[in-house]
Design a protein around this ligand. Structure first.
Ligand code: CTP
Ligand code: CA
Length: 217
């Protein structure tokens, strides 16, 4: 793979990625989020950069340092991530959707800190837009890569996700193995079928995904 990257397989391409969790506020100090660390998305941003791409990374809140040479656009909520992606996607040839986007946001968010003495809070939810599905259905859609995080029936759920969102390449991983870890074991799904990869450091998984997507471009 190192020799492969000497060829700069993404030279001249602009790649847009999302990474990390999103944060949906309940009130001014509390919110709903998930256990995504951002490590897989940041590793992919670095791999794209190393392959010669111009990289923009839209990231939810993480504890990670900004990758060198990558344009980082920090966001909090899924709504902010959606806006950032839609304003950037027109200039991108590749979109890689790694973020663990909250499926729901809080409908009755409080503008002040909720006090314990108040009535028992009831959190109402409404659905967030699907960023990947929106981008994939654009008339001039970039080449889209999705992820599927599943806790069971991995390949079956991932395959139906790929069809539903109409993405040419989908990366399937088990949340138990992927979330927070420095190692990941993924299967790539494309029109040709399923390509299982061995468990590797996320940096290596990222390079394998970039090599694969560059062949499909
Ligand atoms: N995704 C997105 N916007 C959302 C939800 C998901 O862009 N509002 C993207 C993720 O970044 C990922 C893919 O869609 O690339 C699949 O996300 P996942 O949560 O696994 O699938 P969902 O379609 O949300 O289905 P579910 O959570 O019910 O499994
Ligand atoms: Ca989801």
């Amino acid at each position: 793979l190192n020799g492969f990257f000497d060829k700069k397989v993404l030279a001249g391409k602009r790649v847009l990625l999302t990474a990390g969790p999103t944060y949906e506020a309940i009130d001014t100090v509390r919110g709903i989020t998930n256990i995504s660390s951002g490590k897989m998305g940041y590793a992919l941003a670095r791999a794209c950069r190393d392959a010669g791409a111009e990289v923009t990374l839209v990231s939810g809140p993480t504890a990670l340092a900004a990758p060198l040479g990558v344009r980082l656009l920090p966001v909090q909520s899924a709504g902010e991530m959606y806006q950032a992606v839609l304003s950037e996607v027109g200039r991108s040839q590749v979109f890689i959707s790694v973020a663990a986007v909250a499926d729901y946001r809080v409908k009755n968010r409080s503008e002040h800190k909720i006090k314990k003495g108040d009535a028992l809070p009831v959190i109402e939810l409404e659905e967030n837009p699907d960023i990947l599905a929106t981008v994939a259905s654009l008339p001039a859609a970039p080449f889209c890569v999705g992820f599927a995080a599943e806790s069971q029936n991995l390949l079956q759920f991932a395959d139906s996700k790929r069809r539903k969102k109409k993405v040419p390449l989908l990366v399937a991983n088990l949340v138990q193995q992927a979330m927070g870890s420095d190692v990941n074991e993924v299967t790539l799904l494309d029109d040709a079928g399923q390509h299982p990869l061995p468990a590797m450091a996320k940096a290596e998984v990222a390079r394998a995904i970039v090599a694969h997507l560059a062949r499909l471009l």
